[in-house]
Ligand binder design. Structure first.
Ligand SMILES: Nc1nc2c(c(=O)[nH]1)N[C@H]1C(S)=C(S)[C@@H](COP(=O)(O)O)O[C@H]1N2
Ligand SMILES: [Mo]
Length: 397
């Protein structure tokens, strides 16, 4: 497909209706190419098909209509960076755990790898995924459907390391800081050069699923995904999973850094008083992979509508599909088994009526707590946590 730069406004009819059942983009992908470093290739995708949202720093989107397996191949996994990728080497890498602890510790890469490893399956979604569907057009990278992916991560529970350092009484949060650094020159501007950093409440930091990962789908992390070590915070939007992790600090007061006050923060209302609050847990969402926007499906035949659905700490309870823009809803089939923190693939076999026609498809997920997707985006969320139901216009012929 064409290397579209910020091309996604409203998903509306920019791309002409395509003849045949396979969207053009699908033909360009060669799955299973060995993961190569995008960073080393002047930020060109290492295989055809990733959508470039920005070249410097690198921001690439997974072409969601390519979804086929529950695990996203490493070389198709979306990349979200704010600054140039830091050049780190495992043999020189060191991480400090300090602040409100009994004894500050420094850990080398070999020491981390020598600790008992744990594998966690987790879906990462960028908090700005779907932003291209907001109208009027908003600022920020216009991600469409594919700033999301699912992988199996290998690493060491953060709790194990925090216990080694010994968390002091009164610590409330853990700050995770990356080695990447830069100045944000657009509004909201940063106060000079800053690192990428996010905090977790101690309660989440101590959860068994929170790991410091060094592998993704069984391969050592590539530079763009956080080599040599990154955090994985399952159930939370991607910004919490700090890459190129080099510093961990326990603090006795809530952290108010740039990346959770000016960016990745939303207006939370308590007694109608809006307060800027850090974006954390993932909102329930189902996305349609196929048919793709503007795809032509064969009339009078069965078509497999399929996609993925995910949420934060809960379980996806159901996915429904509408073929008439939300007037009626049909249950889709959830595939495979529920894996906590991982997306669930789903399908719906659609008997496409005979005759040429246009259709407006929608999907909607509901989680085990009864949370479901809204029709409209809540403005208090600013340009994050976009899980409103989207319309996929297609044609049958
Ligand atoms: N150090 C650092 N960590 C980071 C970021 C970053 O810019 N710097 N981006 C975050 C955001 S916003 C997301 S969505 C995820 C994306 O992870 P990925 O690039 O491996 O898909 O990384 C997060 N971790
Ligand atoms: Mo993100």
């Amino acid at each position: 497909m064409d290397k579209a730069q910020n091309n996604g406004t409203n998903n509306n009819g920019r791309r002409a209706f395509l003849k045949g059942t396979v969207p053009v983009m699908a033909t360009a992908i060669i799955p299973g190419i060995a993961s190569a470093s995008n960073a080393d290739k002047g930020s060109e995708p290492s295989f055809p098909g990733l959508i470039i949202r920005e070249k410097e720093p690198v921001n690439f989107e997974f072409p969601f209509p390519m979804l086929s397996e529950a695990i996203t191949p490493n070389n198709q996994f979306f990349i979200r960076t704010h600054f140039p990728i830091p050049k780190l080497q495992a043999k020189e890498w060191k991480m400090t755990i300090g602040g409100h602890v009994n004894k500050e510790i420094t850990l080398t890469y070999d020491e981390l790898r020598a600790l008992p490893a744990k594998k966690v399956m987790a879906t990462l979604e960028c908090a700005g995924n779907g932003r291209a569907n907001l109208a009027p057009k908003v600022k920020g990278l216009l991600w469409e459907q594919g700033a999301v992916g699912n992988a199996e991560w290998t690493g060491v529970p953060l709790a194990v390391l925090l216990e080694k350092a010994g968390i002091k009484e009164g610590a409330v949060e853990i700050i995770l800081e990356g080695a990447d650094k830069g100045e944000v020159s657009e509004e909201p501007k940063s106060p000079g050069a800053i690192h990428f950093a996010r905090s977790l409440p101690l309660t989440k930091a101590m959860q068994a699923e929170v790991i410091l990962a060094y592998q993704m789908n069984g391969k050592d992390l590539s530079p763009e995904h956080g080599y040599p070590v990154r955090a994985i915070i399952p159930g939370w939007y991607g910004m919490a999973s700090v890459k190129w992790l080099t510093k961990i600090t326990a603090v006795d007061k809530p952290f108010d850094g740039y990346w959770q006050t000016l960016e990745y923060a939303y207006w939370k209302r308590t007694d109608d008083q809006p307060t800027l609050t850090a974006v954390t847990e993932v909102q329930v969402k189902a996305e349609i992979a196929r048919p793709a926007l503007s795809e032509v499906v064969p009339a009078g035949k069965t078509y497999r509508v399929h996609g993925a659905a995910w949420c934060g700490e809960n379980e996806v309870a159901k996915v429904e599909v509408s073929l008439d823009e939300g007037v009626t809803w049909q249950p889709a089939k959830l595939l495979g088994k529920h894996v906590k923190f991982a997306w669930r693939l789903w399908e719906y076999n659609w008997q496409v009526p005979a005759g040429e026609n246009q259709y407006k498809l929608m999907s909607r997920a509901t989680d085990s707590q009864g949370n479901t997707q809204p029709m409209e985006h809540d403005k208090d969320r600013r340009t994050y946590m976009v899980n409103k139901i989207v319309t996929v216009k297609i044609e049958a012929r």
